[in-house]
Design a binder for this molecule. Structure first.
Ligand SMILES: Nc1ncnc2c1ncn2[C@@H]1O[C@H](COP(=O)(O)OP(=O)(O)OP(=O)(O)O)[C@@H](O)[C@H]1O
Ligand SMILES: [Mg+2]
Length: 268
């Protein structure tokens, strides 16, 4: 039987020298949900993503993805398992077109061996067609038709954020990790991003694990929220409940802007 849990973190810790960046963190991400990590700067949110991507090794604890122990998987095999991510600072091939970026992203799903690639066998040709079809589907879904053949370097920041999302989606992930999808976006672009995230969840049934500071976006798209501070879990539950938790508000007190955005909540 398939478990309803897609990703499970148990007692996860990672230490960098004297800093316990993640300290005994446990949570489950259910299939099909949007699960969001919030917390002030340096709370350990991106580090959790880097543990899932296997960029870092956990000092202690375990991660299981889709019934498999992730803490033993090599970093280059993570994408093949069905985990894709976007980065806090956009990471794209700047001097390639939007289409090329999506094709490169998609390449990791291809299973053909080197001999079939060289001989351009039927399987390879069919794989190529399937890749094109999938990439065009993502371009349509995220309304990127207009930019298909434009070099990424020449695109406005807001469009590049959507291209990065498209690149991750083109790999047909089971789990999509979004690190601050609204950072650097204006209010209108953030609104669009909320729609894309809901569309991806609803139409493609992709499970989403997100890190986000904009509490308006968090409230609009998240099914559940986990708040962290200094590497530890502060609260876990529905967005409104976590955002009004006194411990969460206190953790944000260091940054007036962040507290204001918490108070604004869903109306923002
Ligand atoms: N490779 C590393 N080496 C040393 N310390 C690190 C490393 N990566 C992260 N840290 C430290 O771990 C802590 C958590 O950092 P992390 O980037 O996970 O925070 P964050 O919650 O994503 O913050 P932000 O909201 O600013 O992006 C910080 O104290 C950071 O300096
Ligand atoms: Mg971060």
């Amino acid at each position: 039987m398939t478990s309803s849990v897609l990703l499970s973190a148990r007692n996860l810790s990672v230490r960098f020298g004297g800093v316990l960046a993640v300290n005994n963190v446990s949570f489950d991400v259910e299939r099909g949900e949007v699960f969001t990590l919030i917390g002030p700067n340096g709370a350990g949110k991106t580090t959790v993503f880097n543990l899932i991507s296997r960029i870092y090794n956990a000092t202690a604890g375990t991660l299981d993805f889709d019934g498999q122990r992730l803490t033993h998987v090599a970093p280059h095999d993570v994408a093949g398992l069905g985990i894709a991510r976007t980065f806090q600072n956009i990471e794209l091939f700047e001097h390639a077109t939007v289409l090329q970026n999506l094709l490169i992203g998609r390449h990791i799903r291809r299973r053909a061996g080197i001999w079939s690639e060289l001989l351009f066998t039927r399987t390879v040709r069919e794989g190529e067609r399937e890749t094109r079809r999938k990439v065009e589907e993502v371009i349509d879904l995220l309304s990127l038709q207009h930019y298909r053949d434009t070099l990424v370097a020449g695109l406005p920041y807001g469009v590049r954020k959507v291209v990065e999302l498209a690149r991750a989606l083109a790999t047909q992930p089971k789990l999509l990790l979004l690190d601050e999808p609204s950072s650097g976006l204006n209010a209108e672009e953030t609104g669009d991003m909320a729609f894309w995230i809901k569309d991806i969840q609803r139409d493609l049934h992709v499970t989403i694990l997100m890190v986000e500071h904009d509490m308006g976006l968090v409230s609009r798209v998240s099914d559940r929220v986990l708040a962290m501070n200094q590497g530890e879990v502060l609260a876990l539950g529905a967005p409104a409940v976590v955002q009004s938790d006194p411990a969460v508000i206190e953790a944000y007190l260091g940054s007036v802007d962040d507290v204001e955005s918490l108070r604004r909540g869903p109306a923002a």
